[in-house]
Design a protein around this ligand. Sequence first.
Ligand code: TMP
Length: 230
Amino acid sequence: MNATLSALHVAGKFIVLDGIDGCGKSTQLHMLQTILEQLGAAILCVREPGGTAIGEHIRELLLSSKGEGLNMRAEMLLYMASRAQLVGEKIRPALAAGHTVLSDRYVSSTLAYQGSAGGLPIDNIMHVAQAAIDGTWPDLTIILDLPLEKAMTRLQSPGKSAKKKQPPQPGLFQDRIEQRQQNYHELVRQGFLQQAKNYPDHYKVVSAIGTPDAVFQRVQAAVCEYFTAA
Ligand code: TMP
């Protein structure tokens, strides 16, 4: 980590890592957690959907076959319900205590998956988000950007099949959301990139091409640049 970044720079700050399925954000989040803890930061690491007992129930409904038949609007509201619980139970208390919060996905995912790709109006989602998170917006959202073909290759690698429980099938993502057509995931990717264009003060796009270590160099640089800038 850049010598100029200290735990103080990230105390009470909220950082989100997001991107298409297979972009490697969970790996990067854990690497970031490790290095910030080495700097002395107190970290809360959460994932969405889920991160609380209630949120994990909602996650199962959303991602398994139990969620078949959910329409896009109901799906969006469930992601927000999980998020509202997570913010109230964990994120806001941690930020108030001066901890650094790292989240695997957040509102940015709903804007990309249910908005840009799912067809729900972005302003509808933003209104619901305001109600769900009550002003708890991230300081920095890092979008890990990866071409779809590379993401699919990663999801089909042997190391991933344990998480996904099913044997990989060529050309297909695995859970209920991942199983949507490739065109849907391309729109998700474009949606993330559009958000970064719309909110340049709070988003950074990092290429997720390369080894985890190579990508992490870029993630670290993005975090340092953002939090040490005057
Ligand atoms: P994960 O695989 O990163 O844990 O995410 C679960 C899936 O849920 C993933 O396919 C993305 C999707 N998702 C949405 O569609 N909308 C959301 O708001 C969130 C947080 C996730």
